[in-house]
Design a binder for this molecule. Sequence first.
Ligand code: PMV
Length: 321
Amino acid sequence: MLDVAKSCEHSINDDWQYACGKVILFGEHAVVYGVQAIAGAIPKAMRARATLKPSGEQGRRVSIPAWSIDLDLHGSRSADLVNQTFEFICSELAVSNKSFDLLIEPSIPHAAGLGASAAVAVASIKAIAHCFGISIDNPRVNEIAYGCEKLAHGSPSGLDNTLATYGGLMTFQRDEAMQVHFEPIQSQQAIPLLVALSGKKGFTAETVARVRQARDAEPAKYKAIFAEVSALTSRALGYIERGQVSELALLFNENQVCLQDIGVSCVEIDNAIAIAMRAGASGAKLTGSGDGGAVLIYTEQREAVAKALNLEGFKTLMITL
Ligand code: PMV
């Protein structure tokens, strides 16, 4: 007899199926070297949904149609990263000998710095655990998702998987002893932001590796930049906690200068920022690993700025954290 997942009834509010994308407000890259970052989940507009169907046949099938992925898992030795990732999840959840069809529907663009891979991992872990009746808590979900992120990105900070697991607006830090600290931020005021897609894909593993090389070559320069980012994050936290969210705009601009100095901005990002600023935005920076991906904009005139960007071919999304 086949050992299959039970048929999982679900409705739109089934939390176990979903994991959200995220934006980093302050501290990307610096967070890999122990600096505190501030990041927020994008709860509804950008998330991944995982659905597990009982399989009539022996085997484990994973499909992510939006990313043209459709594969039968075939052992942990495969060189294929997606296969490796899902084999890792199955092995951690002890379901490698089960049969299922896993369908993942992410509404988060791939390689856009918006936490898509972590959201896919977290949604999959939760859905598989739920459908096989495995009891799992958030720390364990986060731990397995961090393992997936390490496979995909080499030496990630763990911020993406933590946001995808817990959601909300938070500070995140992996200190020099590799201990993770994260805490929800109590904001007195909602933070309205505009996200623009640069149109170029940014690959986290590559940019993180490139930054590491550059920092090893010029440690003093990078130490100074990361110290500046750390000071920006502290100031930003104070503004958010006091509800002075419009003050974040200038800090976005300062963080963007740091990111340019780190070497992870690019023409497409600089263009999107220039258009946003000309249209009346007061602050903008790249978000995520950069070298493509998305731009985060603070403006009191979101419609006008979005329109200006759309006219130049940039896709935009309004979010409120
Ligand atoms: O581009 P994303 O969504 O993978 O974010 C990466 C954030 C970095 O700080 C560049 C890397 C990390 O592991 O924190």
